[in-house]
Design a protein. Structure first.
Length: 448
């Protein structure tokens, strides 16, 4: 990291040299002293990290120089140093965006030292945040965050590409576990809003009585327990993206309040009177059919049309073909690397078993399945028996694999035989079939 460059603009030679000497005691600082605004502006190519300005300069006033500096680089922090003790001058300068205002006296050099430290720490944090946002942008690039090559997924990518080009609201639908929040993040971190916050709210996880405060915030004393002002998720997402997951779970009374906020593009915190302007991109998600919820009277039609925007429907994993194996390998490699397990691969039978499974829990279920298989396997190979289905009820598994009708029939008969201690007569009675049918299946080895 290079030296931290500071410009001091001060027409009093003696005072300027004192400030320069004092700040130069830090070996990390490279301090330049200028007597006029013109000299300072002529050296802006040196890209200073911070500038201190005397309010009264021989060529122009400090506030005018401040404006010229901001026109060149709005990010440069500025400290104003002045003999003016008029509080209104300080207030006006701080409103303009000056980072600090110091009065010239015997304590100035020490106050300046501390002010520079604070500003530098803030700049460091901002740099770290920007770096993290860039890393998030890379993490949520389409290729890295959403794995697969199926035609069904390519259609999703096409809609996502359209979504990142504008600020249109986006509605994401799909079964549980298909990756709706992942898609929302990928859209945000590839859009023009990527440098601002992505704020996610699961509507199903918040008690109804707290949702209004959570979304819109509240003022101190708005209700019992409101000991201070709370900024809501809409304000937290200012300039960025608000992701409302499971939007269909929102209570009807709160739907009307959400509609008003979206229409007016402003909100009033609970217990408050001030109108807060909003600049938020909305992405919603649900595993339900919102149009059907409207028909049932569970969801407001006017809100439905307000939030639908660009619809993106995520395909279930069972409809993504070979993506199952691509994702399985991705999850396996990640788990093996994180746990220092070395290289693990799938047997052909294991691959066949994965491709035949119905995956009611979609991508989320696949990941859990692969993590467990990696732990259970021997000799760094995942075999058919290492892959176990996560459903806790065997009845739920009858429709989770692609099988012939005959195979399903055998599975059902075998299940009830085991449940009835291999009592053929009792099983035949429960299934309303002849006991000879079961005997023939046993003789043919179909129930082995």
């Amino acid at each position: 990291m290079g030296a931290y460059t500071i410009f001091i603009v001060e027409d009093d030679d003696w005072y300027g040299e004192i400030l320069q000497y004092h700040l130069s005691l830090n070996p990390d600082y490279q301090v330049f002293l200028f007597k006029t605004a013109k000299e300072c502006l002529s050296k802006m190519s040196l890209r200073p990290d911070l500038i201190t300005l005397d309010f009264s300069l021989p060529d122009i006033t400090g506030d005018k120089l401040f404006k010229k500096i901001k026109e060149i680089n709005a990010a440069i922090p500025v400290i104003m140093i002045s003999s003016q003790e008029d509080i209104s001058v300080a207030v006006n300068l701080l409103k303009m965006g000056v980072n600090d205002y110091l009065i010239k006296d015997e304590a100035t050099k020490d106050l300046l030292w501390n002010s520079v430290i604070r500003i530098r720490e803030t700049q460091k944090l901002q740099t770290e945040v920007e770096t993290l946002r860039e890393e998030l942008g890379q993490k949520y690039s389409f290729e890295k965050s959403i794995i697969g090559q199926s035609e069904a997924l390519k259609k999703v990518f096409l809609m996502m590409e359209k979504g990142i080009k504008t600020n249109i609201n986006i509605s994401i639908s799909g079964e549980t576990g298909t990756g709706k929040e992942l898609v929302a993040k990928a859209i945000h971190y590839n859009s023009s809003r990527r440098k601002k916050n992505f704020v996610a709210v699961n509507m199903a996880a918040i008690p109804t009585e707290l949702i209004e405060s959570e979304l819109f915030g509240h003022e101190k004393g708005a209700f019992t327990g409101a000991i201070s002002r709370k900024i809501g998720k809409f304000e937290e997402a200012k300039g960025g993206t608000l992701f409302l997951d499971e939007i269909a779970e929102l209570d009807l009374s709160l739907q009307s309040k959400l509609l008003r906020v979206l229409q007016e593009r402003e909100l009033v915190r609970v217990g408050g009177n001030d109108h807060v302007k909003l600049d938020v991109r909305l992405i919603i998600a649900t595993h339900k059919d919102l149009a059907e919820e409207v028909r049932k009277g569970n969801f407001r039609e006017d809100l439905y049309f307000r939030i639908m925007g660009l619809p993106i429907k995520l395909p279930p994993l069972r409809d993504r073909g070979n993506d199952i194996l691509i994702l399985a390998k991705h999850f396996l490699d990640d788990f093996a690397r994180e746990n220092s397990l070395g290289q693990i691969h799938f047997s052909n039978r294991a691959k066949d078993k994965l491709l035949k499974y119905f995956f009611p829990g979609n991508v989320r279920e696949l990941k859990a399945m692969i993590d467990l298989a990696a732990v259970m396997c021997e000799n760094n190979e995942i075999n058919e028996d290492d892959i176990t289905y996560s459903s806790t009820k065997r009845e739920a598994l009858f429709m989770t694999e692609q099988k012939t009708l005959r195979t399903y029939t055998c599975d059902i008969v075998k299940y009830y035989l085991e449940k009835n201690d291999n009592d053929v007569i009792a099983t035949a009675k429960i299934l309303d079939i002849g006991k000879s049918t079961i005997y023939k299946m046993l003789q043919a080895g179909e129930l082995g």
